[in-house]
Design a protein around this ligand. Sequence first.
Ligand SMILES: [Zn+2]
Length: 374
Amino acid sequence: MVLLGPLVEFIQNILIKLGLLNSKIDGIYGTETQKSVIDFQKQNKIIADGIVGQNTWNVLIPYINGGLGFIVPTNINYSYSILQININSLKSLYPFLEIISAGKSVLGNVIPVIKIGQGKKEVFYSAAIHANEWITTPLLMKFLADFCYCYVNNLPIFGVNAKNIYDLCTIYIMPMVNPDGVNLVTGEISPNSSIYSNTKLIADNYPNVPFPNGWKANIRGVDLNLQFPAGWEQARGIKFSQGFISPSPRDFVGFNPLTEPEVLSIYNFTLRHSFSLILAYHTQGKVIYWQFQNYNPPNSLDIGKQFERVSGYSLEGTPFNSSFAGYKDWFIKYYNKPGYTIEVGTGINPLPLSQFDEIYIDNLGILVLASIIS
Ligand SMILES: [Zn+2]
């Protein structure tokens, strides 16, 4: 089994915390990493071949499942494989979680939703619809892990009893809407693969967009947050005039609305439920967007102001050029209920992981309040 970037980082992170590896996390399975894997295998009395195969994974499980004091790593590139590992851990530790498949990506990756709670009211949090905004995935996953921990230990989370939230509300979390795009940006798709070269060909038409770090789209170059039936024609007009007229690393609206399987997954999942509120996570600017055109869902402004207060982010009107065809635009238009795009952090995407702790602290209040105030 050849380990690629993020999985190597994942192993290195564990080995470093176990004191078996004394180097930086670099995602490269070099001599040092191999040597510490051999030490780990010897300690655990399994065949010491320096290869991370099934036996090695098996003895790693206690550490993966929280033995090192955490489940969700927040210091490594968080790819789709890491998400799957974390979902498996959480499900085995917290069997009351329900894991649902919302559909599949272009490359056939299942798009998971995690359901927590048994209340009548349903809310929905999604992240990483934009590939290079994947830091929002560990944000939702760490929130989920912390919420589970507080629930089973009868503790408050952000000052609210987790059991009360669990009983009053059901939270649905779609932590990675765009798994293929995230894998491209995080290095889980090998630069030697044909998928990588195909996306590179698309990116070559846009030399001003860094590759792969500037990639926001799905793996075939459609911007998934410009695909929804809420002013799609306007979005097309704006983006075409900016030069995004065919598959691109970002800002291509597609040839029609709702053509991409990832978009259909979140769209159909939403239609099957009755969410009283949604949060759509993005990165850029510590801003909360709450409007679509002149829709004014009941309580939407008040809730937005409370989010502003607990996060320190600013509640703003959406800039005209990005005010059409997004998921939250469609949600507001179709349901006339509160929907928010939350833009975490500042700087160039993908945001550095050094911002993670601050992002988590800023958003914990929103994630808790959203379940109880809507
Ligand atoms: Zn975004």
